[in-house]
Design a protein around this ligand. Sequence first.
Ligand SMILES: *Cc1c(COP(=O)(O)O)cnc(C)c1O
Length: 370
Amino acid sequence: MKIPYGKQTINEEDVISVVNTLKSDFLTTGPKVKEFEEEFSKYVGAKYSVAVSNGTAALHLACLAAGLNENHELLTSPMTFVASANCALYCGAKPIFIDVKSKNGLIDESKIEEKISKKTKIILPVHYSGLLCNMKKIKEIANEHRLTVIEDACHALGAKYKDSKIGDCKYSDMAIFSFHPVKHITTGEGGMITTNNKELYEKLIILRNHGIEKKEKWKQEMIYLGYNYRLCDIQCALGISQLKRINEFIGKRRKIAKKYDEEFKNLEEIDFLREEENQLNPYHLYIIKLKDSKKREALYNFLKSKKIFCQVHYVPVYWHPYYKNLGYLKGICPKAEEFYEQILSIPIYPSLKKEEQDYIIQKIKEFLKR
Ligand SMILES: *Cc1c(COP(=O)(O)O)cnc(C)c1O
């Protein structure tokens, strides 16, 4: 028995949906793409959705659609997957890292304005683990400085923030999602951009397809340097089928999280990231914090020896050698660095069995008693 920190949930209906598409006339650029986009828009409450080949492509295209180029800077969190900052580099722009809040690893909105310069173009908040950034404040800052807001919502499909559902872009210009197997729903590889802005939508559709605009008959004109970032019908068929079960998936994740919360709240050595009022956390990750960071690696190793495979989300982005070589120094976001030392993502996914969760909890307690 091996327990990973996250994995997909595929059923027979998913398989049938994919097989039916394989037997149909279109394997790509067919009706399933539109259908997936429409269902997705309906679910999150956005006007438009654009399906793309993965979450990273979604970030890249969102930045391009916002007009990001080599004269610009993009503000984001260091407590994220590298793709949230790489998208700036793809466009020749410079990522600027804003420190996070110690209690939950989310971008500290009170530190954004001091990093805004004449070059700033985009704020890209990350809804880390499924917890939600202070979007109201971030949108206010963006409006004041005429910046574009792109939400990295890869961890937050199904999340609710005050009167809004993440992806409805109430407090942003675009939101992006990933359908990698560890995320809430999967298409193998896949991503989505949502927006309410027609101009951005039309630009994204063209950028996804080599920058080619369809005119009448055989006439097509390439007007941007675009990419082939299409998601194919086979993948969209899986996405449509998965999306039907999103509420069930989130319900199961939340149930697992509540049980962990219950079990850990009286343990001295462990803290965990808490859901706040006015929000619904769909729990992409369940993250514990070891008050004594020196024990983190020992716990990771202990659990691994018991076939429980945890992960650390994330090493601060600018610690990676590539960023170091670009000149980013250690210490620029001290809170994020301290946070990183303490965190561990423990298993959470819809098909995690009760016995498995009991076993995980028992092993963590066993470690702490040693
Ligand atoms: C998964 C993820 C991405 C990238 O998505 P891919 O589909 O793997 O390219 C970007 N940002 C965050 C926060 C993610 O978790």
